[in-house]
Design a protein around this ligand. Structure first.
Ligand code: WT7
Length: 643
């Protein structure tokens, strides 16, 4: 294997780091491994505000866990009130930047006032702890405020990313039986309005019987349809509501949110996160991984619609008392230097983004970042997929000026918080490796049969012990939770990723081993796309694979067989792409559609995706095809490009 370059943090970084030097990391890691109860119990007392202390740190009945059993807590109190009580009410929580150039600074005190008004308005509307709200909003300050208001009252929220279609939204509203939908007229993206309320209306044409109230924030000011008795503007909803509202004293295990993510079937999984453990581990990640200091300006350039935004725009940073940038729009609007202009304007110290975004920015050349003063940056972060060496190098050299460590953070919607990542003042970096597990995380590799692998090697990535921020179950589906994550190796968490461990014990995540694709750092299910395609009246069968893509990591390629009839393939290609856009969301549209007379299957009828993957990449297949039903099919598919 090629020798990888080591990037030790420079002395100036190490001396100011929250965890300084390898020995300090190792000590934390050892303490957590030897005495998880003592370790997490101590941190919970130090780092969080409790109304009532827990009776024990955790209760593990595989695969179900409870953390801080019997404790009473409130996430919104921890994110807001306690900082104000400590005298930081005038600290900016969010420097908001709208895409069209409008800006607003929101202090902790102002954010609390908005949250309290919204909470009081929800109470007035008869919504109670234990209820559910679906949030479908643009990236404006009212979005984190809506999450926190739900958390304050004990309403379980589910944020639906604004790029999801009306159909996807309806599924989530119905699955949760949500009584409240919080949305906006629209938001700005690349100078155009994304019309959110229209999508809500469309979703609510069928189903959604549980919804009693739709609250609509006026963001773009465009005309929307308001249904009498059900729909109300945000400002009318909170009109007259008091800006003071005590936080509910909730159980440590109170369900904080459900976030849907793709699995290996056609149906998305509702990942359930609860309160105290989730909050604690994300608070620690802010300090350990992002090396957050009280005066830092921090920017996670993700969308609140994904788990990265939940943990590292809302709950982690606010619980840690951070000042963040919140940007509504696209990195290329109006030009490709928008991010660099924001970094320079707010003197951002910590920037967290994805390899896909880094590659897109890199393609535009160095002139855009070089036109701005990026010297405020101290630390850079990456998440969503492995970062390729070229992107790493550019991020490090051009954006970080060669002085900023890059924290490559491996984690998942299910893990709730960062699991494998370098503590930047303690761990030497290797470009492309997420390096070592965080304190309290027992990451390991196993073989196909679940046997542990010792030392260097490749295998399935698993986590051996429960951790505070882990998903507790799948919404209304504990059985699927058990079978998806805990049945391969009983009692051990199966991540769905393969990884390599090198001679230094560093982890290199290789990618998914299940039928899940990773496109632009977003998870897409092959099954979900296939079921969508076969619902189209002209489609007989569909098989979807992820093909390596220079920009998006993987790109969706769909192999489709059609029903009897005369079809114009070029018209149908566009129609099927639109179809998927409508059923799931435009980010899920296949990049390429190949029409075929048959799909390669095993004798038992299982589609051989491995062959399709090889076909999509190289137009040939190699390896074992002995279980293939009809080799002719492969030959025909391979020649498809020529017609
Ligand atoms: C999957 C989880 C966690 C927020 C974003 C994605 C891949 C994530 C890395 C990384 C290599 C990574 C894995 C994982 N992944 N981060 N730093 N290096 N792979 O959340 O949609 O739940 O996807 O993303 O394959 O299983 P998600």
């Amino acid at each position: 294997m090629e020798e990888t370059a080591l990037y030790p943090p420079h002395a100036g970084f190490v001396s100011q780091a929250n965890v300084s030097g390898y020995a300090a990391y190792e000590q934390l890691f050892q303490r957590a491994a030897e005495d998880p109860e003592g370790f997490w119990g101590h941190l919970a007392e130090e780092e969080l505000h409790w109304f009532e202390k827990w009776s024990h740190v955790f209760e593990w009945q595989p695969p179900f866990v409870k953390w801080f059993v019997g404790g009473k807590i409130n996430a919104s109190y921890n994110c807001l009130d306690r900082h104000i009580e400590a005298g930081h009410g005038e600290r900016v929580a969010f420097h908001f930047v709208g895409e069209l150039g409008d800006t607003r600074d929101i202090t902790y005190r102002e954010l609390l006032a908005t949250v309290c008004q919204f909470t009081n308005a929800m109470k007035q509307a008869g919504i109670q702890p234990g209820g559910r709200a679906v949030i479908y909003m643009p990236m404006v300050p009212e979005l984190p405020a809506a999450l926190l208001a739900c958390a304050r009252l004990g309403v379980t929220h589910s944020v639906v990313f604004g790029g999801f279609s009306a159909e996807a939204l309806r599924f989530r509203i119905d699955d949760l039986e949500a009584e409240l939908v919080i949305t906006a007229d629209g938001g700005w993206r690349r100078g155009k309005e994304v019309r959110l309320k229209d999508a809500v209306d469309e979703a609510m044409q069928e189903g959604c019987a549980s919804v009693k109230h739709v609250v609509v924030l006026q963001r773009t000011g465009s005309a929307v349809t308001m249904r009498e008795g059900r729909d109300i503007y945000w400002h009318d909803f909170i009109a007259g509501a008091s800006a003071e509202c005590p936080a509910e004293e909730l159980d440590a295990e109170h369900p904080l949110y459900v976030l849907y993510t793709s699995g290996t079937t056609g149906k998305p999984k509702g990942i359930l996160h609860t309160t105290a453990g989730y909050l604690l581990q994300n608070t620690m990640a802010m300090k350990w991984v992002f090396d957050l200091k009280p005066n830092d300006i921090y920017w996670c350039a993700a969308d609140v619609g994904w788990v990265t935004g939940h943990s590292y725009i809302v709950y982690g940073p606010l619980s840690a008392g951070a000042t963040s940038v919140l940007y509504e729009g696209a990195p290329d609007y109006p030009k490709w230097d928008r991010w660099w202009e924001i970094v320079a304007r707010y003197k951002v110290n910590i920037l967290y983004t994805s390899p896909t975004a880094i590659r897109a920015l890199l393609r535009q050349g160095d002139a855009y970042p070089q036109a701005h003063d990026l010297s405020s940056l101290r630390l850079l972060g990456s998440v969503g997929e492995p970062i390729n060496p070229a992107a790493w190098e550019w991020y490090h050299r051009v954006i970080g000026g060669g002085r900023c460590p890059i924290v490559d953070t491996w984690w998942q919607t299910e893990t709730g918080s960062i699991m494998i990542a370098p503590l930047p003042g303690a761990i030497d970096l290797k470009p492309g490796s997420a390096t070592r597990p965080l304190p309290g995380v027992q990451a390991d590799l196993v073989d196909l049969d679940g046997n542990p692998l010792e030392g260097p090697g490749e295998g399935y990535l698993v986590v051996r012990r429960p951790w505070p921020s882990m998903a507790r179950t799948l919404w209304k589906d504990p059985q699927r939770y058990e079978s998806a994550y805990w049945s391969r190796i009983p009692g051990i968490y199966f991540t769905g990723d393969a990884a390599r461990r090198d001679e230094d014990g560093y982890f290199w995540v290789l990618g998914r081993v299940d039928d899940v694709m990773n496109v632009s750092g977003h998870r897409l299910s092959t099954m979900e796309l296939e079921s969508s395609l076969v619902r189209h009246p002209s489609v007989a069968e569909a098989a979807v694979i992820g093909k390596p893509d220079e920009l998006t990591g993987q790109a969706v390629v769909a192999f489709v067989t059609l029903k009897q009839g005369e079809w114009d393939h070029s018209i149908l290609t566009e129609e099927l792409r639109q179809w998927v856009g409508k059923e799931i969301g435009s980010f899920a549209k296949p990049k390429e559609i190949r029409f075929a007379e048959g799909l390669p299957k095993t004798r038992s009828g299982k589609i051989m995706r491995r062959l399709l993957r090889e076909l999509a990449v190289g137009n040939t297949v190699s390896g074992d095809t002995t279980t293939l039903e009809d080799f002719n099919v492969v030959n025909k598919l391979a020649s498809k490009d020529e017609d």
